[in-house]
Design a protein around this ligand. Structure first.
Ligand code: MG
Length: 301
């Protein structure tokens, strides 16, 4: 298996001839929600069906339990103050972990009804928290807990940083999933992974214009196949590095699939890390991987 699969010569500039796909840890059930802490030289990620957040130490190479009972956490990110923000399937909420370790609930209801099961989250530079709320986490006990949707739809939400109000910013998704801003934050990319569970539904990434506290018009940037666009991150040049069924796909802002990083199992999510933000961490189905690439992730926070 090639380390990089170059489909367009533009991808070659992001590859490094002597790197390889490193397998860092295995024995997971569905790795998801990677988030990098440069100040700790560590990666946190969810092992979703095993109901835990794990911590990979970049210097000792040890994996330890960061949060053994994580309420079936899924997506993670950091806010602009560096605090951990987490989507919980079983808790059906988005939380923030404070500096003293206590957990603050940021959102668990919309207009009095419980959220489905927040999946992935991103924080904009103004502090607003944007997250997706599909039903994967209430479809089976394996992913959190089986329950009926109270809201009855799968929406994308924005939590206002000033007054804590929650608003729907997109409601025309089957299963909204990963999300990431373009480097200038003028676009918000959101994946629709409705293909799981229904092959007639989308498996694409849409780009929305970001307006003041809401979203404008959108276009489909790319279909992701095989597999689905579960989670993705954006590099400093605006390329989207997304999960897929055969590894990681690199898609330009124009929507061209220019290259792949083959991974020997399904991929759920990725994030940039390492001191230079040039190490792409990859949450595979049962294993955590990493590979160095010749670009850098957008700085967050
Ligand atoms: Mg996801």
């Amino acid at each position: 298996m090639e380390v990089f699969e170059t489909l367009d010569k533009r991808f070659a500039s992001y590859t490094i001839p002597i790197v390889f796909l490193e397998k860092l840890h295995t024995g997971l059930r569905w790795a998801e929600g990677p988030v990098y802490f440069a100040d700790q030289r560590c990666l946190l990620f969810s092992d979703l069906p095993n109901n835990r957040i794990l911590r990979f130490d970049e210097q000792t190479l040890q994996v330890t339990a960061f949060r053994p009972d994580s309420n079936f956490s899924n997506g993670n990110t950091r806010d602009r103050q560096g605090r951990l923000v987490t989507c919980e399937h079983r808790g059906r909420r988005v939380t923030r972990t404070e500096y003293d370790g206590t957990i603050t609930v940021l959102a668990d209801r919309y207009q009095g009804k419980r959220l489905n099961a927040p999946n992935d989250v991103v924080v904009k530079s103004d502090g607003a928290v944007w997250f997706t709320d599909p039903t994967y986490g209430i479809s089976a006990a394996y992913e959190g807990g089986k329950a009926e949707s109270e809201i009855g739809s799968c929406n994308v939400y924005r939590l206002d940083p000033r007054d804590g109000s929650l608003s729907i910013v997109a409601e025309d998704f089957r299963r909204p999933n990963g999300l990431a801003f373009s480097p200038d934050e003028k676009l918000l990319y959101i994946g629709d992974s409705g293909f799981w569970p229904n092959p007639d539904w989308p498996r694409h990434i849409r780009a929305f214009e970001v307006l003041d506290g809401k979203l404008g018009k959108s276009r489909v940037v790319a279909e992701v196949s095989p597999g689905i666009p579960d989670g993705f991150r954006v590099d400093v040049e605006g390329n989207i590095w997304t999960s897929a069924g055969d590894g990681v796909h690199c898609i330009t802002p124009e929507g061209d699939l220019i290259g792949k990083i083959p991974v020997p199992e399904k991929v759920a999510n990725v994030c940039f890390g390492g001191p230079a933000r040039d190490r792409l961490y990859i949450c595979g189905h049962t294993s955590l991987y990493a590979i160095h690439v010749n670009t850098r992730g957008v700085q967050t926070p």
